[in-house]
Design a protein around this ligand. Structure first.
Ligand code: UD1
Length: 414
């Protein structure tokens, strides 16, 4: 796996093309299981999570091919994954559950364990499938769902992104009407619903807290361009804000990033919204307070990159993490660069300092890794990031090249 070497850099200047969203493309790839016809996904990002899910779909018997940069998935003859290890490799594999159950009448996956940022149970996915008529059985560390799905009203205890996606996909082929209440409203849900609609699904309300689905007998193939990655765009905006640069984030959509853009503006960073993307310029000069929330609140995935910005911003910034119980591991690593951070349960208090100095640090998870790269860009000397876990390449498409192209000093060492 990789190491990254980052050196203090001049303000980042230039254009960064934002890749297709990881969190949109993964459920859409699983959604391809809902039809026997070809599903064409245009410009998928080059991420190890996409490669891992591709391998899982192939192991299930799907056919995958590349054509003009697009990924084409054909699920005309497939089965449940035979090797549970394939599913265990990636948490998002849980999203095959709904489509497998809807198409095959049976689905089995190993129960996902906790991960670095928290326990991440799937009780809401299972509660919803059970409401749709699936029999749920636990055995040998896995869960098996079976039965013909019938529409139902499902109330989610919390607006889980993954559970909303899984249930939405299952409901498209269930008999009759389904309502998902207290549904997640993230842009990736809206994109998934639009993708499924282009396959013939009947869905209303995606993007609100109640999604209604009228089941259909079969879905057909489609060609889809998923949305741009708002977390990658937000991460690059943070890299700009910490170096005081001037970046054009091509393809980034301001309506998906309002909570971050407001915070950056409060901190003194300038933002210009244009039809082709976002222009970000200037340095963060004032401290800020961040409370992570479900969309449209501040995304938990941008908490770590914003903490890197806070480390160099004069004054006291405060972070409250409400989504995941263990998502401050980057704080200890940022402290190794000289950041002043105190963590108490779900609160982190950051006293900005003008000086960070390079050190050897570890990427403990995907967004933590991005935060360390950003901090390394304005730390004196060299910061080496041990990413033996391969976290950064899971979710950032060619981050080192994109940052290098706008003047950042970063090398990826395999
Ligand atoms: C998705 C994103 C991830 C992002 C997260 C929150 C993908 C592939 N990943 O993850 O990048 O950080 O949304 O925006 O899209 N929970 C339960 N029971 C459940 C499901 C969730 O208790 O059945 C809890 C989780 O432990 C967590 C919270 O709900 O504390 C949010 O999780 P969820 O919205 O489901 O996140 P993911 O879909 O896993």
């Amino acid at each position: 796996m990789a190491h990254y070497a980052v050196r203090e850099s001049p303000p980042l200047r230039g254009e960064i093309p934002i890749s297709t969203s990881k969190n949109a493309v993964l459920p859409i790839m699983c959604g391809a299981l809902l039809t026997s016809e070809d599903v064409r996904i245009n410009r998928p990002p080059d991420l190890s999570d996409v490669h891992t899910l591709s391998s899982l779909l192939i192991a299930c018997g799907c056919r995958l091919r590349r054509e003009d940069g697009a990924l084409i998935i054909t699920a005309d003859d497939f089965q449940n994954p035979q090797d549970e290890e394939d599913v265990r490799k990636m948490r998002a594999s849980v999203l095959v559950l709904g489509p497998l159950l809807a198409r095959l009448g049976q689905a089995r996956i190993p129960l996902p364990g906790g991960c670095a940022i928290g326990q991440r149970p799937i009780d809401q996915h299972l509660k919803g499938m059970s409401a749709l008529g699936a029999k749920v059985q636990f055995d040998h560390g896995g869960v098996t769902l079976s039965g013909r799905l019938r529409g139902a009203t499902i109330y989610l205890d919390m607006p889980s992104v993954g559970a909303t996606e899984n249930l939405l996909m299952a409901a498209t082929l269930a008999e009759g009407a389904t309502r998902i209440e207290n549904a997640a409203k993230e842009p990736e849900i809206v994109d998934l619903a639009a993708f499924l609609t282009s396959m013939g699904a009947r869905i209303t309300g995606a993007g609100t807290s109640t999604i209604a689905v009228e089941g259909v007998k079969a879905l057909h193939g489609t060609s889809w361009q998923p949305i741009a990655d708002r977390v990658e765009a937000g991460t690059m905006a943070c890299a700009c804000a910490i170096t005081g640069g001037e970046l054009f984030l091509r393809g980034a959509r301001s309506e998906h990033l309002r909570s971050l853009l407001f915070k950056l503006s409060e901190a003194g960073v300038h933002i210009h919204d244009t039809p082709g993307g976002l222009m970000v310029f200037g340095r963060a000069k004032q401290p800020f307070e961040i409370r992570t929330m479900v969309y449209p609140g501040f995304p938990t995935d941008l908490q770590a990159p914003m903490m890197a910005v806070a480390c160099k911003t004069p004054g006291t910034s405060v972070f409250l993490e409400t989504i995941f119980e263990n998502r401050f591991m980057h704080a200890a690593e940022l402290s190794r660069l000289g950041a002043h951070i105190r963590v108490e349960n779900r609160v982190a208090v950051v006293e900005g300092t003008p000086y960070l100095t390079g050190a050897a640090v570890t990427a403990t998870d995907l967004r933590a890794g991005a935060a360390l790269i950003i901090a390394g860009l304005c730390a004196e000397g060299e910061t080496t990031i041990d990413d033996t876990g391969g976290h950064i390449a899971r979710g950032y498409d060619n981050i080192e090249e994109k940052i290098r192209n706008v003047g950042g000093h970063i090398q990826k060492l395999s």
